[in-house]
Ligand binder design. Structure first.
Ligand code: PEP
Length: 251
């Protein structure tokens, strides 16, 4: 059985005290969520050590939102995977559309970052997704398949045990426009097929594929009921503990 996950991407929101408070509120309600649903919070770098303390002993796991594409050295402003590991990070998000769009994150860089993360035992939540023009041109299957192949085809079936895919249509992120359950499911099924072509049916079957894009308590149930949707990567709604937990309770 593949793992269900609800992961919150806090993006560049909250001060450290606000983040600690939010983490504590999530922890306070985490036990209400089904045992087979993992909870992850991806905080800004500055918050990681304090949030690690706040979630200690709970089922909530810690993620970063990015990592450096080098191991250490003269890379001013960057944060390495060894640093993430040292503060208790279990995961890093990679390839979020905001990083692809504003910070020149390429599939080539994502291969390197994924290699570095896995080498330190850090799990990767790899984001893929088409923009509005690509969807309107009917290119969404091709765009997402190419993103998966460009990055994940460089890895092994063993590596895939530490990799989660998040399908996030760019036109649905932070816009209030959610992909319909059918639109999301057909892309998730396509991603699973692309994974099966390279790694075989079992690995594809075991890979957790999250949906992200204006997911909230009111639409999570329908999305999560789809057979290839294994949870969500949540942006805005992850900033309110009740909404975040409410989404996890949709299972
Ligand atoms: C995200 O940025 O990962 C995301 C899904 O954002 P939102 O839920 O706000 O659309």
């Amino acid at each position: 059985m593949r793992k269900k996950i609800v992961a919150g991407n806090w993006k560049m929101n909250t001060t450290v005290p606000e983040g600690i408070e939010l983490a504590k509120q999530v922890v306070a309600r985490a036990a209400e969520t089904p045992a087979n649903v993992g909870l992850i919070v991806a905080t800004p770098f500055t918050h990681l050590a304090s949030v690690a303390e706040a979630i200690k002993g709970s089922k909530v796991e810690l993620a970063a939102q990015n990592c450096a594409d080098h191991t250490s050295g003269a890379y001013t402003g960057e944060v390495s995977v060894a640093m993430l590991k040292s503060v208790g990070c279990k995961w890093t998000i990679l390839g979020h559309s905001e990083r692809r769009q504003y910070y020149g994150e390429t599939d080539e860089k994502l291969v390197v970052k994924t290699q570095l993360a896995l080498a330190e035992g850090i799990g990767v939540i790899l984001c893929v997704g088409e923009n509005l023009d690509e969807r309107e041109a009917g290119r969404h299957f091709d765009v997402v398949s190419a993103q998966i192949k460009n990055v994940l085809y460089n890895f092994t079936a063993e590596d895939m045990k530490k990799i989660v895919v998040a399908y996030e249509p760019v036109w649905a992120i932070g816009t209030g426009k959610t992909a319909t359950a059918e639109q999301a499911e057909e892309i998730h099924a396509c991603i699973r097929k692309v994974l099966a072509d390279k790694f075989g049916a079992q690995v594809a079957e075991d890979t957790t594929i999250l949906y992200g894009g204006s997911c909230k308590p009111s639409n999570a149930k329908e999305l999560f009921a789809q057979k290839d949707i294994d949870g969500g990567l949540i942006g805005g709604a992850a900033l309110k503990a009740d909404d975040f937990i409410g989404i996890a309770l949709s299972y």
